[in-house]
Design a protein around this ligand. Structure first.
Ligand SMILES: [Cu+2]
Length: 146
């Protein structure tokens, strides 16, 4: 210990402080980026969860159902305000038929529709999620006389 010249110790200590500083700086940027990315992902996940997205429907997209009186049901991934949600349906011969939505559960609504003829149908839905965001979408299906 006493044999090591003082300048050697000093320069050695300086070198390692410098080296440590470079490593710390080099690691700081990726850590910050990773943290920001993690926050962004967390925020977008929360946001996606808060928005109402259809997770189950009847009819299902591209399904073929029998003509007649059918029940339409939409299940969402989050709670919705059924009173501020709307749906219309295009059925063969009639377009934009308003549906009377009934709250089925805090996350689902249902309605009854009469489909008189065979052909393509499109259900248009618009719901208000409890986070205040409105989402909308369509579900296309086919009606066939049996
Ligand atoms: Cu939302």
């Amino acid at each position: 210990m006493s044999l090591v010249p003082p300048f050697r110790r000093t320069s050695g200590a300086r070198f390692s402080r410098q080296k440590a500083g470079i490593i710390a700086r080099a690691m700081h940027a990726p850590r910050t980026l990773a943290a920001m990315l993690a926050l962004t992902l967390a925020a977008s996940t929360l946001d996606a969860r808060a928005h109402a997205i259809v997770v189950e429907s009847s009819p299902r997209a591209n399904e073929t159902v029998a003509t007649g009186t059918r029940e339409v049901r939409l299940v969402f991934n989050s709670r919705i305000d059924a009173t501020r949600s709307r749906a219309t349906i295009d059925v063969p011969g009639r377009a934009d038929v308003p549906l009377e939505l009934v709250a089925d559960s805090p996350t689902s609504v249902r309605a009854t529709v009469v489909i008189d003829a065979s052909g393509p149908c499109v259900l248009h839905w618009q719901v208000l999620a409890l986070d205040g965001h409105i989402t909308r979408g369509t579900i296309a299906f086919t009606a066939a006389a049996r």
